[in-house]
Write a protein that binds this ligand. Sequence first.
Ligand code: G
Ligand code: G
Ligand code: MN
Ligand code: NA
Length: 256
Amino acid sequence: LTMETDLRNTVEHGDGLEMAYQPLVSRQTGALVSAEALLRWHHPTRGLISPDEFIPVAERSGLIIPLGERVLEMVLGQIRTWQDQGIQPVPVAINLSARQFWQEGFIDTVIAKLSHYKVAPSAISFELTESTLLNKQAQGIEILQRLRQLGCRIAIDDFGTGYSSLSYLQELPIDTLKIDRSFTRTLGGEKRGNGAIVAAVSGLARELDLCLVAEGVETQEQWDILGTYQVEMIQGFLTGHPMNSDDFTQRLMARP
Ligand code: G
Ligand code: G
Ligand code: MN
Ligand code: NA
């Protein structure tokens, strides 16, 4: 429970929270095309704690709602800063927990914060996992449609690890599939059929006209193999670790 108490304090006072930004690059050109925002918590005594540790605590306790609002504010504030400095940003993806997505008034919060920071909806996208939409298809589609009508893009994160049926995917108003890094990791390995999932998801993305991202790309060999599967975008340590906003700003400014 102490982590929950510490997190509650942090969320209330806003200190110790920071966003890291990880580049997504075009496989064809290598150009920086977007970023994923990843939350970092500098705990007062324990140092940096991974979201894998504190996001589940936030979800159980309900703190994910105010915490998610802080994330939205940090990202929109950062985009506002870039724009004020004359730096052309790239679209930034924000991860959503199920509880945030299903929270009454979530879309109103998004609209209010976009307007407060004077940021266009197209400057952000949302990442959710298949499990968020599980068993609530019709209601989920409605929320996704409203987000997209607003102008925000939607990606399905960790794709391939969940249980979405393919026919269900066809109905979803989304823009992007992100192949889970567990499928990237085995590319080039000896085991039979290691590329099968990537190949299947690539075909699916092409038929459904979705952008396809491979996550967790760490080696040039994986990059090359992903080319044979026509994967459009690359995210992973090979092309950039999650980095603080100063370092990411350098990446933005280094573009031709
Ligand atoms: O940042 P890291 O690279 O360690 O992320 C670990 C996990 O935490 C990922 O599954 C990621 O989706 C999740 N995560 C990171 N930042 C956020 C955030 O701002 N909100 C939510 N809901 N999840 C996040
Ligand atoms: O679940 P989600 O895709 O949001 O998680 C993002 C997480 O993946 C972050 O914790 C990030 O640090 C991590 N990550 C990003 N690139 C790589 C990579 O190339 N290899 C590994 N092992 N993890 C990565
Ligand atoms: Mn993600
Ligand atoms: Na993912």
